[in-house]
Design a protein around this ligand. Structure first.
Ligand SMILES: Cc1cc2nc3c(=O)[nH]c(=O)nc-3n(C[C@H](O)[C@H](O)[C@H](O)COP(=O)(O)O)c2cc1C
Length: 409
């Protein structure tokens, strides 16, 4: 697909050759006997998809997670989450997800992807997020938040404001974007180059938003370092052509990310996990690749990051991406194996047995179900049924037990 707009629709292409990490250790749990309601046992083994997982002091009830998905629904253009966000996230928590990660949430007004993006830079936003985080937790899921600065991909259009795949003019709520260098994304407006003081200001914004996220009740923070937004603009040599010590060597290009990791760890309790979402490749010649991703994973791990959420693409438009089921799984497997850090896999994973296989092969520690969860908020409840769990083993809210999946044949 073209990554002109990474969150737009994609056209499936031919599947890539299967490939996986050679050192990944498969997790097995073969002994448990499952009493099924629908006779659909999984080789007599308890599905790993529904095996709890613990990072630091936080236990996820299963490994089917909701990835961040921008809703473009802060309709007053004030960064405030709305009723839409409450029902969207809480219904997926009721649907059985183990972790619900909110969409890219901006650390400042200029950090938003579109004028209708949510943020977390003031008290009113913090109070509204508290309502949502508490709704997610009450439904048994762990509430997580993705923090983002959009950089040169900010001030872009969405379904409310229009200007699809283009910069939004000032009179429609747009703003002057910023980036490591004055290199635009495709046909978007040219960004201003950030000064060193401005860079330090954005690091402080991440710290402040993280402190607000903790106060609002989030138990996981994910730093958005993927998809061509500001942090990945620093990482990638195609978008970062500065001449100071934030550019050049990989060590320099990852400096901004490491400063953000350290700043967030200062305000995040030891008991809570920190994730980084990264694009493992930008699918472009001379750009970001798996080797650099593995090196970054090794470094952030030493700085207190607990899991890498492995995606791809988004830094440059018009590249060809071999989109197909599992197409990003090999990257999650390699990062897990080579950097020795837990990973999640994401990208066209929508079948329960497919998800289960990814975990059994040791390619990732958890899977994220994105677009499939937009059409099916209770994807995990259905998956539990398909993998042979009875309704008492599946993550039903007690109020919904009488509506549990039964024999579909
Ligand atoms: C509507 C929509 C919005 C998205 N917004 C975000 C986002 O805010 N942050 C992010 O990291 N990824 C975002 N993504 C990417 C998803 O998290 C996920 O990686 C991608 O959809 C591939 O997974 P899937 O095939 O299961 O949908 C978005 C995807 C969609 C469809």
């Amino acid at each position: 697909m073209s990554s002109q707009q990474i969150y737009g629709d994609s056209v499936p292409a031919a599947p890539p050759a299967p490939k996986h990490g050679t050192h990944a250790k498969p997790e097995t749990e073969e002994s448990e006997i499952v009493h099924t309601q629908n006779n659909a046992t999984v080789s007599g083994a308890h599905p790993l998809l529904f095996k709890p997982m613990t990072l630091r002091d936080i236990t996820f009830r299963n490994r089917a997670w909701l990835p961040p998905m921008d809703q473009y629904s802060a309709f007053k253009q004030d960064g405030m989450p709305t009723d839409w966000h409450y029902q969207h996230y809480v219904s997926r928590a009721n649907g059985g997800f183990g972790l619900v990660i909110t969409e890219a949430t901006a650390v400042s007004p200029e950090g938003r992807i579109s004028p209708d993006d949510v943020g977390l830079w003031n008290d009113a936003q913090q109070n509204t997020w508290r309502w949502i985080a508490s709704g997610i937790a009450a439904a048994g899921a762990v509430p997580g938040i993705q923090l983002n600065h959009a950089g040169r991909k900010g001030s872009s259009g969405d379904f409310t404001v229009g200007f699809n795949n283009a910069s939004v003019p000032f009179e429609n709520g747009g703003w002057q974007t910023v980036a490591p260098s004055r290199v635009p994304f495709g046909s978007y407006a040219i960004p201003n180059e950030l000064s060193r003081d401005e860079i330090h200001g954005i690091v402080a914004d991440f710290r402040n938003s993280a402190a607000r996220a903790v106060a609002a009740g989030f138990k996981v923070i994910e730093i958005h370092a993927a998809h061509g937004y500001l942090i990945s603009q620093f990482l990638d040599p195609l978008s970062n052509v500065r001449t100071d010590d934030y550019s050049g060597s990989l060590e320099n290009r990852m400096r901004f990310l490491i400063e953000i990791v350290d700043a967030i760890r200062e305000v995040l309790p030891e008991s809570l996990p920190l994730f980084v979402r990264i694009s493992a490749t930008d699918w472009a010649q001379g750009g970001w690749d798996l080797d650099q991703t593995v090196k970054v994973a090794q470094v952030v791990k030493r700085h207190g990051v607990d899991l890498m959420d492995v995606s791809t693409g988004g830094i440059v438009p018009y590249v060809s991406i071999p989109v197909a089921p599992n197409y990003q799984v090999p990257f999650a497997a390699e990062v897990r194996a080579q950097a020795g850090i837990p990973t999640t896999a994401v990208g066209l994973i929508d079948k329960p047995k497919q998800a289960e296989k990814i975990l059994r092969k040791g390619w990732a520690d958890a899977v994220e179900i994105g677009r499939a969860a937009l059409r099916e908020p209770s994807w995990p409840l259905h998956a539990a049924y398909k993998l042979g769990l009875n309704r008492h083993q599946a993550p039903y809210p007690p109020q919904y037990l009488r509506g549990a999946y039964r024999d579909e044949k």
